[in-house]
Design a binder for this molecule. Structure first.
Ligand code: NOJ
Ligand code: CA
Length: 669
């Protein structure tokens, strides 16, 4: 059994109290100090000799009771160690180690008589804390105006972040010093001068407002800023109540950040008893055509979701080892997108026969993925959700893509406020009852909730592939920042896999619908990088995003055909934020490698020591060609075969904006 290294120093002064408690990580590298200094509660964090967080205040502003930021008395402390292995129903890692030391500090707020518990956990790769309001006489229903958690960084670190926005995470990342990152969404990821990587985020966001971080002027201190309700308050709660965890990942390098399971581990164990129906799959869809403007969601001449076209997609999926097909624009209401109660989630468009398509998918052993665009009308959707889920269940549909593209109804609420956090949670829990897996677009941020609700498969919450269809798009470095920021919360439905990166192959003419200038639109990668991103940007529902016409007879389609997305294990071989990443993911005895770079061409040497000793592997290597360059010659690629063993090394040659993908299959010879 592990020991808790807990030292308690209590120093009594004439009229004030100072008390300090120290909690150390299981491997002793990270230390968290809790202090109560004359009634003010603070924490600080050190890794080795490096200060990560300087003394930082904790507390709240309540609507009725006022400030809870001083006058705290410690009633007692409790500590424990936890060491557990658990098995996740799906990847990117199935065997998960959850080890930490915990300190609970029980506080009494002396003026309001409110009891508040602070829970701190220290892991080998980070720390977390949450506030718990136990059941008590002096607190029943309460309203939080502000949470006052501080994160006083020790230096003006280099940071990767997106601007705070209460309604969208679909933004390009910026790389600046902390001093220029004045109001950010989380995760924000930083690198200190010594190379330590730090990422601030939250875990288990279930019934609370999303947290943004605001920099205190003239300092390196972030303060939690919660997304408001329409009435300006932040959180409505009743004791007993616990906040989400505030998380600080702290690792020696960028690769370890990606390998961390701490955010996942801070969530409660699985609440779904039988998870056998929850299965990762690849999918294609009647989707990209609408984004590039060759088809429409709305009924008419160019309507994509016809029965006939849907069957064509189902045939292609069945022939190419693709598990599912999503069909957008199948229902009525798209002509009213944006209006209240616009969408009907049970009635088909006039040229689409849902029953027929669902039956055709079943016969072909393909999952028809349902699509519910709400246009942001969460209120309307809550009324229609149950009949819509009943319909899915009746038709044997077990996966659903939701969308909230538009301002929230009720007006004044935000995508990331408590109203919507509750809504998204309700959708996941109701879906679980009907045996439905969720892929949410315009979602609340990922905070590891898939541990508790593993039918919450994937979500967008990122500036994804679609932006390349109708804007200046995503630069080559964008997908090299996502694994170290957005994806620390969980899987992402970025939808890689567009082969026609220059947007030149289509039958119908493109009609602009979301941009004035189609001439600037293209995908800003090489073709090989699209394959690599299907490995790197993990999603248990992983889309191959192009129209199927661009996959038919394409030699690189073999990679997407061979790819398995139910990974058992993942290893990061090398990584630098915004520059490059190489990772391998194992499914059974097959390994899939994805390596990608930003604008800079690279030669990356790797060891194949992840392979099993004594075995020979047949590899298919999908690489950029000699003259490939994302700007001038994006679609040239090579496919080569080779055999490898554990002791071998390999040099990956990546073009500017390029990548490489490899399948290593155990040799049957
Ligand atoms: C935005 C989603 O991100 C996209 O995938 C979808 O096609 C549109 N909304 C329409 O629902
Ligand atoms: Ca979107």
């Amino acid at each position: 059994m592990k020991l808790i290294y807990l030292a308690v120093l209590i120093t009594l002064f004439a009229s004030c109290t100072f008390s300090k408690q120290t909690l150390i990580s299981p491997d002793s590298n990270i230390q968290l100090n809790f202090e109560n200094n004359e009634g003010q509660t603070m924490y600080s964090v050190i890794k080795g000799k490096e200060i990560i967080i300087q003394p930082s205040l904790l507390g709240f502003n309540f609507k009725e009771q006022g400030a809870l930021d001083s006058k705290f008395r410690i009633l007692g402390t409790k500590n424990k160690s936890h060491d557990e292995e658990w098995t996740a129903p799906w990847g990117p890692n199935k065997q998960i180690h959850n080890e930490y030391n915990e300190l609970e500090v029980r506080l009494l707020h002396e003026t309001s008589k409110i009891k508040l518990h602070l829970i701190f956990r220290v892991f080998n790769d980070g720390v977390a804390f949450r506030y718990v309001f136990p059941e008590q006489e002096n607190l029943t229903d309460f309203v939080i105006l502000d949470e006052l958690s501080e994160f006083a960084l020790a230096d003006n670190h280099t940071s990767w972040w997106i601007e705070a926005d209460y309604d969208t995470y679909e933004k390009l990342y910026k790389k600046t010093l902390v001093s220029e990152a004045t109001h950010v969404n989380t995760p924000i990821t930083m690198r200190s001068k010594s190379g330590t990587h730090i990422s601030l985020h939250e875990a288990a966001l279930t019934d609370y407002a999303g947290m943004t971080l605001q920099l205190k002027e003239g300092s390196n201190t972030y303060v939690s800023t919660l997304v408001p309700w329409a009435d300006g308050t932040k959180v409505k709660a009743s004791a007993p109540f616990k906040t989400p965890w505030r998380t600080i990942l702290i690792t020696d390098n960028a690769a370890q950040l990606v390998e961390s399971n701490t955010i996942l581990n801070l969530n409660e164990p699985c609440k779904i008893v039988d998870t056998s129906w929850i299965e990762p799959m690849k999918y294609i869809g009647i989707w990209w055509g609408m984004h590039i403007g060759t088809e429409t969601w709305v009924e008419g001449d160019r309507h994509g979701a016809t029965t006939e076209n849907s069957k064509r997609y189902i045939d292609f999926a069945a022939e190419n080892n693709i598990g599912g097909v999503v069909i957008e624009g199948w229902n009525s209401g798209w002509d009213k997108w944006g209006a209240k109660d616009a969408f009907d989630h049970v009635s088909s468009a006039s040229d689409y026969n849902l029953e027929e398509v669902a039956a055709y998918a079943k016969t072909n052993n393909v999952d028809l993925i349902m699509h519910h665009e709400t246009g942001g009308d969460a209120e309307g959707y809550e009324k229609l959700m149950v009949p819509a889920f009943e319909l899915c269940q009746k038709l044997g549909i077990r996966a659903l893509k939701t969308g909230y593209a538009g301002g929230i109804y009720p007006r004044g609420e935000h995508h990331h406020g408590q109203y919507m956090v509750r809504h998204y949670q309700k959708v996941v829990e109701t879906a679980a009852k009907y045996g439905i897996m969720i892929n949410a677009h315009e979602p609340i941020k990922a905070t590891g909730k898939r541990r508790t609700w593993p039918n919450m498969m994937t979500r967008e919450g990122v500036r994804g592939m679609e932006w390349n269809a109708w804007s200046t798009g995503n630069p080559p470095s964008h997908t090299l920042i996502i694994p170290f920021t957005r994806m620390l919360g969980g899987p992402v439905d970025y939808t890689p896999g567009t082969f026609d990166v220059m947007l030149t192959n289509f039958k119908n003419e493109r009609v602009a619908w979301n941009t004035d200038d189609l001439s600037v639109t293209r995908v800003h990668t090489t073709l090989a990088k699209q394959l690599a991103l299907s490995v790197i940007l993990y999603s248990p529902l992983q889309m191959a995003s192009d129209i199927i016409d661009n996959y038919v007879d394409h030699p690189a389609m073999k990679f997407l055909n061979d790819l398995d997305v139910d990974f058992d294990e993942t290893k990061i071989l090398n990584a630098s934020i915004g520059e490059y990443i190489t990772m391998v993911r194992r499914s059974g005895s097959t390994w899939y490698l994805g390596s990608a770079t930003n604008e800079e061409a690279r030669e990356i040497d790797i060891n194949l020591d992840f392979l099993d000793a004594g075995k020979v592997y047949d590899a298919i290597i999908y690489a950029d060609a000699e003259t490939t360059h994302w700007e001038t010659n994006a679609t040239d690629y090579t496919i080569q075969t080779a055999t490898f063993k554990k002791d071998d090394t390999l040099m990956l040659k990546l073009a500017s904006g390029g990548g490489q993908a490899i399948v290593f299959k155990e040799s049957r010879k």
